[in-house]
Ligand binder design. Structure first.
Ligand code: C2E
Ligand code: MG
Ligand code: MG
Length: 721
């Protein structure tokens, strides 16, 4: 007996030749041939009982057995060996007598791999037969193993198997695929309708088309995801895959594949998409989805298969106040309530979205006349006018609405929403709680602003901005005490353009930041030149208008102190002018910034006092260095009426608070004289001088005009800009 060697090589192939480890062959009752086997190691035995024992202890690659043995004969020899040999191939030797052929065939039926006549079985015949039986056996064993492995994998993966015989038109469904389709049986075989009858009606045509394409050979595999309705009519998502088995001519005879339940994956994908297109707070569509819907409607209009429509842009009035007073939770409640009310005005095809913050958008489908959109806007305003309950409080909310009509002829969704937004702003500026339709003039204005924004960028790059300065005159001494820097755009075609035409666009586009820094740098440079070169300019200071966007920049203090030190200017020679909105709208941060500037000894001035936000009480909260009385107040001076009284009170208060007052917009000698009489120390305005070029300023500093000389009474300063 011999127990060494391995039947398989590493890669699983039977090693049947020289070179690999020799396989063992068990010869039972074939003793005399043993020495003739060259490629196998031979184990010999003459009895079945002994052979069985060997098989239990040793792995052999093949058995050759003579059916006539001392302890066994005929078919039972094969049967007994087969019982212990498993898949090991058995070659039988039979006699050539009558009935032996029958026995040989029966042996094949019992699983023998081959038979040979005892008389013709010398090793030259026997060895090749054994070799081929081993190879065939190994292939069969591998195939079985592969099938078992596949079966395990299928069960483990949760995929259900289906096998459709196109000849009989019957489909086999494994237990799992039957479960996926909700067939209510374990594995089953039946007509394809078992499957197709379960497919969601909306998906059926698509699945059939895919299957047909594959059966006809125009796709390499069948694959599609579809819904099936289970027993409760609840849709589940199924991934169906399959591949056809084809004959040589390419005709499909069957398709075999898998069904996989992908409902969980599909639902989480759908949820992710839903979340990315909806607002978390209100559940409404978000801006992206709203834009997509507008784009869709515009596309349909362009293809001439859509109807005109309207877009409403809605912004709640004073929502910041709601948040301030009722906290963010209260604010959220209001937004949810508004979204619910807005949904009630929708008809089929309309949609509402939360565009962000307190902004909402409504798309009204099929709107031929602007009047219809206006009617909806009025209904929305009415709906919102109903008080909202917040805990024990009742709150009245209002909104401003802008309307844009597709009939204007928009090329893209952004322009349409932009116009609706623009109209909404117009509604706000007209007093809020109202709607405004975007008209062509408004649209033109928007386009012009856009163009201006681009031109301003270029102007900055091409150095087209220049500075003009307006003197601030000391009403007692007649000296030029300070200057206000005012930026001008020297337009290549239109000449000098004043800020009223471009500063707002510069602010909204953000260009004000680089422009603002340029203004400060340039003005400080000029001031330092004058202070150094002109003897009478000692102590001269410069007011520079500064926009909130520049003021609130993180690098602001560092940049400003850098400019002052580069120009060797003391910090108090610079006065930053801004209106109160900076401090009020930027809350604590705004106040903090003012404190920081004060800490650096840079002076601060409230501009245009007496308009907009201005309130005397605010002066108490922060100590400004200067205050400019607005032109509108100055212009009403001199009648001995309430304005004179107001200015007098203002001057008294500012004096008490240690704030210097400047009257701006002085245009007549009467105004100048009245201001002097009321005790206002500083003034600026056309009567003294218009904003002028640095050269003219220089001349005026050196030799200020005799302001009060007879004959000057009615003359205003030389017009420059
Ligand atoms: P502001 O700071 O109140 O400037 C005074 C404005 O009144 C200037 O207009 C000036 O030319 C004008 N003005 C001066 N005297 C008289 C007068 O006697 N009568 C009348 N009716 N107007 C007079 P300007 O230069 O067009 O500036 C307008 C506004 O633009 C300024 O108002 C200021 O807020 C802003 N601005 C001007 N330059 C700059 C700048 O460099 N940066 C920033 N951020 N804003 C600037
Ligand atoms: Mg100013
Ligand atoms: Mg002003």
């Amino acid at each position: 007996m011999d127990g060494g060697g391995d039947r398989r090589s590493k890669c699983g192939q039977a090693s049947v030749g020289r070179g690999g480890p020799a396989l063992k062959v068990l010869l039972v009752g074939v003793g005399s041939q043993a020495w003739l086997f060259r490629d196998f190691r031979v184990i010999q035995s003459n009895r079945v009982a002994e052979a069985i024992k060997i098989l239990c202890e040793t792995e052999v690659a093949a058995i050759v057995v003579d059916l006539e043995l001392p302890d066994s004969s005929g078919l039972s020899t094969v049967q007994r060996l087969r019982a212990v040999a498993g898949s090991v191939p058995i070659v039988v030797l039979v006699g050539d007598g009558a009935g032996d052929a029958e026995i040989a065939h029966q042996a094949l039926g019992e699983g023998a791999a081959a038979y040979l006549l005892r008389t013709a079985s010398d090793s030259s015949v026997l060895e090749p037969v054994v070799r081929s039986a081993i190879v065939r056996g190994s292939h069969t064993a591998e195939a079985v193993e592969r099938t078992e492995r596949l079966d395990l994998a299928v069960r483990g993966s949760g995929d259900g198997l289906w096998d459709w015989d196109l000849g009989t038109d019957l489909v086999y469904f494994s237990e799992h695929s039957s479960g996926i389709l909700g067939l209510g049986q374990a594995e089953t075989t039946g007509a394809p309708d078992l499957w197709f009858g379960r497919i969601h009606p909306d998906d059926l045509a698509f699945v059939e088309a895919r299957l047909r394409a594959h059966i006809e050979g125009s796709s390499s595999a069948f694959q599609c995801e579809h819904r099936v309705l289970n027993g409760f009519g609840e849709p589940r998502w199924v991934l169906a895959r399959g591949k056809a088995v084809r004959c040589l001519e390419g005709k499909a005879s069957r398709i075999t594949g898998f069904l996989t339940d992908v409902t969980t994956r599909r639902r989480s994908e759908e949820e992710a998409v839903r979340r990315s297109l909806h607002d978390g707070l209100t559940g409404l569509a978000n801006r992206a989805l709203f834009m997509d819907r507008i784009s869709h409607c515009l596309g349909a209009l362009k293809r001439k298969d859509g109807m005109p429509f309207a877009v409403l842009f809605l912004d709640l009035d004073h929502f910041k106040h709601v948040n301030d007073v009722h906290g963010h939770a209260g604010g959220d409640d209001v937004l949810r309530e508004v979204s619910e009310r807005l949904e009630t005005v929708l008809r089929a095809g309309d949609s509402v979205a939360r565009l962000g913050g307190d902004e909402f958008g409504i798309l009204l489908a099929d709107i031929q006349e602007v009047e219809t959109a206006v009617h909806v806007a009025e209904r929305v305003l009415d709906l919102l006018a109903e008080p909202v309950s917040l805990g024990r409080n009742e709150l009245v909310i209002a909104a401003s609405i802008g309307i844009a009509m597709s009939t204007t002829g928009y090329q893209d969704e952004a322009s349409m929403l932009h116009d609706a937004d623009l109209a909404m702003y117009r509604a706000k500026s007209l007093g809020r709680a109202r709607y405004q339709v975007c008209d062509p003039a408004m649209h033109e204005m928007a386009v012009a602003r856009l163009r201006l924004g681009i031109e301003l960028q270029e102007a900055l790059a091409k150095d087209q901005f220049v500075m003009h300065y307006q003197p601030l005159v000391d009403l007692e001494t007649g000296r030029v005490a300070g200057l206000e820097a005012m930026v001008r755009w020297r337009h290549p075609k239109r000449g000098i353009i004043t800020p009223s035409e471009f500063i707002e666009v510069a602010q909204s586009t953000g260009l004000i930041v680089p422009l603002g820094w340029w203004v400060i740098e340039e003005s400080c440079h000029c001031l330092s030149q004058w202070r150094r070169r002109l003897g009478v300019a000692e102590g001269l200071w410069m007011c520079v208008n500064i926009a909130a966007k520049v003021m609130m920049r993180e690098e602001m203090i560092e940049q400003l102190t850098g400019i002052l030190s580069r120009n060797s200017l003391p910090p108090d020679s610079l006065v930053l002018e801004f209106d109160e909105a900076v401090a009020l709208e930027h809350g604590e941060c705004g106040m903090k910034r003012l404190e920081e500037l004060r800490g650096k000894e840079i002076r601060l001035c409230i501009d245009d006092f007496g308009t907009g936000y201005s309130s005397l009480s605010h002066l108490d909260q922060f100590r400004y260095d200067l205050l400019k009385i607005d032109t509108s107040i100055v212009h009403r001076l001199g009648g001995g009426g309430s304005q004179d009284q107001l200015v007098s009170t203002m001057l008294g208060l500012t004096r008490e608070l240690g704030i210097q007052t400047v009257a701006e917009g002085v245009e007549t000698v009467e105004q100048a004289l009245e201001l002097r009489r009321l005790g206002c120390r500083l003034a600026q305005g056309h009567w003294f001088a218009r904003p002028m070029s640095p050269e003219d300023v220089e001349a005026m500093i050196l030799e200020p005009p005799p302001w009060w000389a007879p004959g000057r009474e009615r003359t205003a300063g030389a017009p420059t800009s």
